[in-house]
Ligand binder design. Structure first.
Ligand SMILES: CC(C)(COP(=O)(O)OP(=O)(O)OC[C@H]1O[C@@H](n2cnc3c(N)ncnc32)[C@H](O)[C@@H]1OP(=O)(O)O)[C@@H](O)C(=O)NCCC(=O)NCCS
Length: 162
C-alpha cells in the first residue's frame, strides 16, 4: 500500500448514497469483483435511476470509494443488483456495514421483501447474506458463465424487511 493509499484510508468507513460523479470508481470496483463488468455509462444510468438505490462505502477524508451496493425496487420489493468491495478492502467485516445500511434505508422507504442471486460457491457472499437473514429460495443450474470453466449455479435468496 502506498503512502497516499494509507492516507486515503484513514478513518472509519461510512455509507452514503453514490453520486453520478462516483460512477468511474464504482465501475472499477465492480470490474474487480465480477467477470463481466459494468461500464461508466451503465453505472451513471443506474445511479440516476429513481427506482435504484445505490450506496457506497467510503473511507478517508478525501471520500475514497471502497464498496458499492446497488438494488432496484418495484413497489414494495427490491432486488440486489450488485455488491462488491475493492479487493484490498475485503475481509474486514465492512461489507456487513454496507449491507445493513442499505437494508435499513430500503425498509425506511417501504420495501417489504428483498431478493438476490449469488454464485453457489461464493463463500464470503453466502456467509454475509446468511448472517443478515437471507434464506435460500431456489437454485439455477449453470447460471453464471465462467471464462474457461464450468458455469456456476446460482442460489436465489430472499429476506423479509417487514
Ligand atoms: C462478497 C464480498 C462483498 C464480501 O465482502 P468481505 O469484506 O470480503 O466480507 P466480510 O469480511 O464482511 O466477511 C463476510 C463473511 O464471509 C466470511 N468469509 C470471508 N472470507 C471467506 C472465505 N474465503 N470462505 C468462507 N467464508 C468467508 C467472513 O467470515 C464473514 O462471515 P461472518 O460474518 O459469519 O463472520 C466481497 O468478498 C466481494 O466484493 N467479492 C467480490 C464480488 C462478489 O462476489 N459479490 C457478491 C455477489 S452476490
Amino acid at each position: 500500500m502506498s503512502f497516499l493509499d494509507r492516507f486515503r484510508t484513514i478513518g472509519p468507513p461510512h455509507v452514503e448514497p453514490l453520486r453520478t460523479a462516483d460512477a468511474g470508481e464504482a465501475a472499477a470496483i465492480h470490474a474487480a469483483g465480477f467477470a463481466r463488468g459494468w461500464d461508466l455509462i451503465d453505472l451513471q444510468a443506474m445511479i440516476a435511476d429513481r427506482a435504484v438505490r445505490a450506496d457506497g462505502l467510503f473511507v478517508g477524508k478525501v471520500r475514497r470509494l471502497v464498496g458499492i451496493l446497488i438494488s432496484r425496487s418495484v413497489l414494495d420489493e427490491a432486488e440486489i443488483l450488485t455488491l462488491a468491495l475493492a479487493p484490498s478492502m475485503r475481509g474486514r467485516g465492512w461489507s456487513g456495514m454496507l449491507l445493513r445500511a442499505h437494508l435499513d434505508a430500503l425498509a425506511m422507504a417501504g420495501t417489504r421483501t428483498i431478493f438476490l442471486e449469488v454464485e453457489e460457491d461464493n463463500a464470503p457472499a453466502l456467509a454475509l447474506y446468511r448472517r443478515y437473514g437471507f434464506q435460500p429460495m431456489g437454485r439455477r443450474e449453470a447460471y453464471y458463465p465462467r471464462p474457461g470453466g464450468k458455469p456456476a449455479a446460482a442460489l436465489t435468496m430472499r429476506r423479509s424487511l417487514a
